[in-house]
Design a protein around this ligand. Structure first.
Ligand code: ZN
Length: 259
């Protein structure tokens, strides 16, 4: 199985998800020691496999990986190989638009739920992994059920060419903006096409444009002041001047205003 790293983890002291960036900052301030995170960080999905922190080097970023001899629960998507962009395209082609949107909605529920607010919820959540896990793509191939998992990437963290060509489920809390481009066709008539720009808040609490999605003739209805929960499956193309998120399917995107 290919190595898997984690952008976030389940941190037992807070009974909630902790992001890698916060752990890196803490470790730096704590003179390179893991401190409160020692033996307390687990798979963000099944919360069963224990993770270890791998320090940054001059060439690699710090990351989290599964500890040797600890396992993910059955049903955790981290048990499976990552899906390629081709596999996910084929997978989505077998579903109706509504089915894809339902999958996107359950991805959003599993990754972007509100902070767990009471102990009861925590215990229930930690003992179950969804039977129909939205982070697993399942497709029949030569009479066999093939399961692949989705790499996931929080949009507020680093995005660079290291992930070019890799399929991801991108998610996070974002601001959105529609950009309209006007063109003229051969008959001299003007027409429009649209980009959806995606902004994330950085550590200085500034909203910065991270990526964009080509929407063709579709003009999304957006409130630019609103913060949205956002999920999209695809890969990022870095070959142009600004990274562009290429969706696996035109339906593999969902955003919802945070109330
Ligand atoms: Zn797991």
């Amino acid at each position: 199985m290919s190595k898997k790293s984690f952008d976030e983890c389940y941190f037992t002291s807070i009974h909630d998800i902790e992001v890698l960036d916060d752990i890196v900052t803490y470790v730096e301030r704590n003179y390179g020691k893991l401190g409160k995170y020692e033996n307390s960080i687990f798979c963000p999905e099944c919360r069963h496999a224990e993770l270890s922190y791998v320090h940054q080097t001059s060439r690699t970023r710090a990351f989290l990986r599964r500890k040797f001899r600890t396992v993910h629960l059955p049903g955790c998507s981290y048990n499976y190989e990552y899906s390629s962009p081709k596999f996910s395209k084929e997978y989505y082609e077998l579903l109706t638009d509504d089915q894809i949107q339902d999958k996107m909605a359950s991805m959003m529920r599993s990754l972007l739920r509100d902070s767990l607010d009471n102990g009861e919820n925590v215990i229930q959540a930690s003992n179950t992994v969804e039977v129909d896990n939205p982070l697993i793509l399942e497709k029949e191939q030569n009479g066999q059920q093939i399961r692949k998992s989705l790499r996931r990437k929080k949009l507020s963290t680093w995005l660079d060419e290291e992930i070019a060509g890799e399929l991801h489920l991108f998610y996070g809390e974002v601001k959105l903006k529609v950009r309209r481009i006007e063109k003229t066709n051969e008959a001299g008539e003007s027409y429009f096409y649209y980009f959806l720009d995606i902004f994330c808040e950085n550590k200085n609490r500034e909203w910065k444009r991270k990526t964009q999605i080509y929407r063709g003739a579709m003009e999304d209805s957006i409130d630019e002041n609103q913060i949205y929960y956002f999920v999209a499956v695809g890969n990022i193309d870095f070959s142009n001047s600004f990274p562009r998120l290429e969706l696996s399917n035109k339906q593999s995107i969902l955003f919802k205003a945070i109330q």
